[in-house]
Write a protein that binds this ligand. Structure first.
Ligand SMILES: Cc1ncc(COP(=O)(O)O)c(C=O)c1O
Length: 444
């Protein structure tokens, strides 16, 4: 990335380093030698402080379904701003938004929170409250946000992850209480036989099994329908709940990625796109389970509030965004996603580089591996693969494309074939640059 000493972003970063650890408020925006500072966005384009324009294939980590500054969302939020932004009163806006999401996702009940992290935390706590059990199960390597229990084994490494038959519970943060590790059961992704054997060892202790149907950090490969059915069956036989983390994947079908599986979870954690660009999360699901949140019950099993939960700005923005993302738009955007994956696969073949592309719906991810990984252990990049990805991402950034730092791309509805074709061309050029660098490295 070209940076000039004395440019505004470099000066800002120097100031930021004095007040923010590492100079940022979220690790995902860190780039070397400094983060890029956004000035504005419009549709699928974004401009930095130096005035450079890029196509936005990150969409604030998959949270923007219509890109930036959609007129309908601006109008809805503008009107609500004049009426007030937060009240210690219920609002009509939360009822309207809840009705629409319940109808769309075929949920009996929903409750709003302020982030995906909170939605996952609420799902795990609701599962414990419903079953009276302490343990939860999750897939190795899956990212579910910042809650201690949800984090376990997200960054496990070969030296710590243990055998595939008994994956170790590995903490992410220093200081994670050992009791947290004791209460999390780690299962492999897309391996029903091993997952069942591990779960069987904890039958009667597990409150829930939580999975993401298209887990980003595991490699953005879809969950195998047989695996999902096996987990549903195991949960039914053993009195545990099945939780889908659809914080990212709700964009993949009109009612979420679960539409493609025919499997009904007990609870779903939602977030990102349902807030229309504002902070949001939600826990949704079966009435009997959601009853644990009912403050009118004789005994409230899971008391829950949250100062900004269901604030009317998020509610009107989310409702406007989701109303525009109707079945036709979901289908069109998923079609564009398929086109992106197809053209990137072609670019990989033309460039003759050892790489592959995975994904589903309006998401794709590039790997410097000959085949898309099948689980976290396969997805973990070697230092050489990471170096190639860095080269590709830097090339794309300089060429005017903002991607997620894992090599993932996220589409938005303002995009058309034109943007996808431009991206595929830039990926081809980037892969050629990677290939040239690899040849130079080998001949040294
Ligand atoms: C699958 C999944 N779950 C949960 C989260 C946490 O959401 P948030 O960043 O809104 O806390 C994320 C965030 O990227 C996610 O990808």
């Amino acid at each position: 990335m070209a940076t000039g000493a004395g440019d505004r972003s470099t000066e800002l970063y120097e100031r930021a380093l004095r007040v923010l650890p590492g100079g940022v408020s979220r690790n995902t925006v860190l780039r070397k030698p400094r983060p890029a500072y956004a000035a504005r966005g419009q549709g699928c384009r974004i401009w930095d402080l130096e005035g450079r324009e890029r196509l936005d294939f990150s969409n604030n980590m998959a949270s923007l379904i219509h890109g930036h500054a959609h007129p309908a969302i601006i109008a809805a939020v503008g009107e609500q701003l004049r009426l007030g932004t937060a009240f210690t009163m219920a609002t009509e806006q939360e009822v309207v938004c809840a009705e629409a999401l319940c109808a769309r996702g075929r949920f009996d009940r929903i409750r709003f929170v302020n982030s995906g992290t909170e939605a996952v935390m609420a799902s795990l706590k609701a599962s414990r409250a419903f079953t009276g059990r302490a343990k939860i199960a999750k897939t190795e390597g899956a990212y579910h946000g910042f809650y201690d229990y949800a984090e376990v084994s997200q960054t496990a490494q070969p030296g710590t992850w243990g055998s595939p038959d008994r994956p170790a519970g590995v903490p992410v943060a220093e200081g994670t209480p050992p009791s947290v590790l004791d209460d999390v059961v780690v299962i492999p992704f897309n391996d029903a036989v091993r997952a069942r054997a591990i779960l069987d060892r904890h039958a009667g202790e597990l409150a829930c099994v939580m999975i993401d149907l298209l887990p980003h950090r595991i490699g953005l490969v879809p969950a195998d329908p047989e695996y999902v059915r096996a987990l549903r069956q195991w949960c039914d036989r053993n009195g545990a709940l099945l939780v889908f983390d659809e914080v990212i994947t709700f964009r993949c079908g009109y009612g979420g990625a679960k539409d493609g599986y025919g499997v009904v979870p007990d609870l779903s954690a939602l977030g990102k796109i349902i807030g229309g660009g504002f902070p949001v999360g939600a826990i949704a699901g079966r009435a009997e389970v959601m009853e644990v949140l009912n403050p009118l019950a004789p005994k409230v099993r899971l008391p829950h509030s949250g100062t900004f939960s269901a604030n009317p700005i998020t509610m009107v923005a989310g409702h406007a965004a989701m109303s525009l993302f109707d079945t036709a738009e979901v289908e069109r955007l998923n079609g564009l996603g398929a086109r992106a994956r197809h053209l990137i696969a072609e670019a990989i073949a033309v460039a003759g580089v050892e790489a592959s592309v995975s994904g589903g719906g309006s998401l794709f991810r590039i790997h410097f591996k000959p085949r898309p990984p099948r689980n976290y252990r396969e997805a973990l990049a070697t230092p050489a693969e990471s170096a190639r990805l860095r080269l590709l991402l830097d090339h794309l950034f300089s060429a005017g494309f903002l991607m997620v730092e894992t090599g993932t791309g996220v589409l938005s509805t303002p995009m058309t074939d034109r943007e996808i074709d431009k991206l595929a061309q830039a990926v081809l050029e980037g892969l050629r640059a990677v290939s040239t660098a690899a040849v130079a490295e080998e001949s040294r």
